[in-house]
Design a protein around this ligand. Structure first.
Ligand code: CP
Length: 324
């Protein structure tokens, strides 16, 4: 693996899941793999889980992580080619990325979509410009349209749950991705990415449910069953992944914000004692009720804890192919 931007960079999803679970039991097994290497974690927007888990993962592999919060501590970056920089941006990615490529051995980037310019967001302008100009491996810590480290974590958590439940780990679970209300327009990244990974994994019955007008980009959802009937979707579900996203077609809008879409214990009765997942942060009693989040069926904390092992599995694959 040279870069990690989407599931397309992974040759064997199941092997990567197993690698993450191996690191969970053996965190320091590859302590020397990243010795004398420096990894840059560049954030253009806030983060808790991604930042800390990737730092720990890098340290477990013997690397020196350096975190740089560009949004708070750096010069405002310009990404457009041939930009006339007479506005708010101070430094072009054409200068910033190659300099980071000299300082670091691996570059990890967290960006966010504008939710205004669909073309720029869905062309992944920010991360592609870093890949073009940095000259070193680039790992996505969430981009404009995808969050692959989160999605790998999600599959690791599902696999772990299937195995710890004593079930046949090869049983096809029913996984439901359900839209949840939110008062702010949020990116489609987590939902896009989760859909892309579950479809590529191919080991589950996968259903996506959302209100009308919240269709995601088909290139990520193709292969899933899609319905506007949440109650129907939840029937016999083994895993319910809860997430808000803003509209894709009429880009970045909030159409419906019906609180009836918030998952509660009553709705979960239709499931197969489903485990409830969310990438976090979560708005309590808006996206998910207290009663669900505080119930034994919620695995959101374990899911977030698994971010370390997913990041460690990915970084170890990048290190194995690393050449200067
Ligand atoms: N799930 C996730 O990416 O969390 P952070 O935004 O805190 O990194």
């Amino acid at each position: 693996m040279n870069n990690f931007i989407s599931v397309g960079d992974v040759t064997d999803i199941e092997a990567l899941i197993k690698k993450a679970l191996f690191y969970k039991s053996n965190p320091f097994a590859d302590r020397k793999l990243g010795a004398d290497k420096c990894i840059g974690l560049i954030f253009l927007n806030p983060s808790m889980r991604t930042r800390i888990s990737t730092q720990i993962a890098a340290q477990n592999l013997g690397m020196e992580p350096i975190v740089f919060n560009v949004d708070k501590e750096g010069w405002a970056l310009e990404f457009e080619e041939e930009a006339i920089m007479s506005g708010n941006t101070v430094e072009h990615v054409k200068e910033a990325a190659p300099i980071m490529g000299k300082y670091f051995d691996i570059l990890c980037i967290r960006t966010f979509p504008s939710l205004k310019n669909k073309e720029d967001d869905y062309s992944e302008l920010h991360i592609r410009q870093f890949m073009k100009y940095a000259g070193i491996p680039v790992v996505s810590l969430e981009s404009s349209t995808l969050h692959p480290l989160q999605s790998l974590t999600d599959l690791v958590t599902i696999r772990e749950e299937l195995e710890s439940g004593g079930a046949n780990p090869d049983r096809r679970p029913k996984i439901v991705l359900t839209w949840a209300p939110h008062m702010k327009p949020l990116p489609q990244c987590v939902a896009n990415s989760f859909s892309q990974w579950v479809n590529a994994w191919g080991k589950a019955e996968f259903v996506i449910t959302h209100p009308e007008d919240y269709e995601l980009d088909e290139k990520f959802t193709r292969g899933a069953e899609i319905t506007n009937n949440q109650d129907e979707a939840l029937k016999n579900a083994d895993f319910v992944y809860v997430k808000n996203w803003s509209t894709f077609k009429d880009y970045g809008k909030i159409y419906c914000n019906d609180p009836e879409w918030m998952l509660n214990l009553e709705k979960l009765k239709a499931t197969n004692s489903a485990r409830v997942m969310h990438c976090l942060p979560v708005r309590r009693n808006v996206e998910l009720s207290d009663e669900v989040l505080d119930s034994p069926g919620s695995i959101v904390s374990r899911q977030a804890g698994n971010r370390v092992w997913a990041a460690q599995a990915v970084l170890s694959e990048v290190l194995k192919n690393w050449t200067r």
